[in-house]
Design a protein around this ligand. Structure first.
Ligand code: HEM
Length: 211
């Protein structure tokens, strides 16, 4: 069966790098958040690991952007570009994910509406984490206590919102039977023509027309 390239190797590397950093950040962040279990906060290690993982979380995307500015902007633009097909997709999605007919779904671009929603959440919460984290790390002594408290609160809200959506992302991307080739495409970069035609029809038409 013929394959179509969905993700380049560098995008796959970046994805799994961010997964590793996010898991470390989430775990150590949880220990810091639940300070009443502070002996479990790795006897002070949580804060250090959290900061090292934060540097990795920011560093690789920045390097990726500097090396691939055009494709990074296109990717960000994709997350923020919505049209009536997305509305149709959202309306049909509940039935689709519970086994409803595939034909009810409007044709999708490189990412479907649900995937775009996750991209949007990942970008927005990522930016919020970085800004609030930066202020907490470097301006602790120089901003008013109220500002610092607000940063902690916003950081924690981003964690709850992003973490909840991450669980949905993992469930759909890795385990939902309808997304049978998603995990393969995020490891090998490839998906079959049939899968791409049925899941990303609009994108398939465009990339084959460009060739
Ligand atoms: C164990 C955890 C995770 C698993 C199993 C997983 C799995 C996947 C898979 C299979 C895809 C491809 C979906 C497709 O067919 O298009 C994907 C895409 C994506 N994932 Fe994850 N993911 C995980 C964690 C994360 C985390 C922590 C983030 C960000 C904080 C993230 C952000 C993304 C984004 C932004 C995409 C879209 C990539 C693109 O379109 O270029 N994922 N993920």
């Amino acid at each position: 069966m013929q394959d179509v390239e969905r993700f380049r190797k560098r995008a796959i590397f970046q994805h799994w790098w961010i997964v590793a950093c996010s898991l470390l950040l989430g775990l150590t962040g949880l220990f810091l958040f639940l300070s009443w279990v502070s002996p479990a906060a790795w006897w002070g290690w949580s804060r250090l690991v959290h900061r090292i993982a934060a540097v990795g979380f920011v560093g690789i995307p920045v390097i990726y952007f500097l090396l691939n500015p055009k494709s990074t902007w296109e990717w960000v633009k994709e997350a923020f570009t919505w049209n009536t097909d997305d509305l149709g997709w959202l309306q049909a999605a509940p039935s689709y994910y519970f086994g409803g007919p595939e034909e009810d779904m409007p044709p999708q671009d490189r990412s479907n509406t649900g995937q775009k929603l996750w991209m949007l959440v990942a970008i927005v919460t990522g930016v919020v984490f970085v800004i609030t984290g930066f202020i907490m790390w470097f301006f602790k002594g120089s901003v008013a206590p109220g500002v610092l408290q607000a940063m902690v609160l916003i950081h924690d809200i981003a964690f709850i919102a992003g973490g909840t959506m991450l669980l949905v992302h993992i469930a759909l991307a890795a385990f939902h039977p309808r997304m049978s080739e998603a995990l393969r495409s995020m490891t090998t970069g490839k998906a079959t023509v049939d899968y791409v035609k049925s899941h990303h029809g609009k994108w398939y038409e465009r990339v084959t027309a460009e060739k």
